[in-house]
Ligand binder design. Structure first.
Ligand SMILES: N[C@@H](CCC(=O)N[C@@H](CS)C(=O)NCC(=O)O)C(=O)O
Length: 200
């Protein structure tokens, strides 16, 4: 299969982390988002929203949205429970990641540490961090009760939430007040075939 992502994409990292842990081979295509690669016509045909990651399966099936890709790839594996209520608990946190977490972690990281334009975006950063702090609070409460985000076993919900939580401090968050989140981050890094963001 083919995976389109960018060098620093946390969303792409989710997909590559899962592929590594499932031991599945793939071809990686690294887009340079700053150069506008995602807006080129060939790529827009794969994803009209001009965003990575995109998966193209061997039979030509195209899938966008990191969590949809995680669900597709993990089907039938130990990383996605087959039955209720465990499966629903995983999907609950995947939706949380998209609505309550991703943007509030990813955008501050971009503004502060990648584009380095924090000074010009003070108001936006305050706004984003208000929501991001609520997301971290919710994760802390959950992880104080269970080893992994969806329960006692490691699943794609952990893979989905790991990248941008682990990079939260790049966006100006402090994880000092989140001990259970820090223990969980270390636990995810100990999982078999874990890969860092930049792994090749
Ligand atoms: N909801 C999408 C978000 C994907 C997304 O925001 N991707 C970013 C990179 S992490 C992107 O491609 N941005 C396009 C750009 O910056 O031009 C997902 O989970 O896959």
């Amino acid at each position: 299969m083919d995976i389109y992502d960018s060098r620093l994409s946390g969303n792409g990292w989710k997909v590559r982390l899962l592929l590594s842990q499932l031991g599945l081979p793939y071809r990686r295509h690294i887009l340079n988002l700053a150069d506008g690669d995602a807006r080129k016509r060939e790529f827009i045909q794969l994803n009209p929203l001009a965003r990575v990651p995109v998966l193209v399966a061997d039979d030509g099936f195209v899938l966008t949205e990191s969590n949809a890709i995680l669900l597709y790839l993990a089907e039938g594996s130990r990383l996605l429970p087959r039955t209720a209520p465990d499966r629903q608990r995983v999907t609950e946190w995947l939706f949380f990641e998209q609505f309550d977490h991703l943007r509030f972690m990813a955008r501050p990281r971009y503004l502060v540490s990648i584009a380095k334009v924090a000074d010009k975006h003070r108001e936006e950063l305050d706004y984003l961090r208000g929501f991001g702090t609520k997301a971290l609070d919710a994760m802390e409460r959950r992880l104080a009760q269970s080893k992994f985000i969806a329960g006692d076993v490691y699943t794609i919900a952990d893979i989905s939430l790991f990248p941008y939580t682990s990079m939260a401090e790049m966006g100006g968050y402090s994880l000092a007040a989140y001990p259970a989140v820090r223990v969980w981050l270390a636990e995810v890094e100990r999982q078999h075939r874990f890969i860092p963001l930049i792994s090749q």
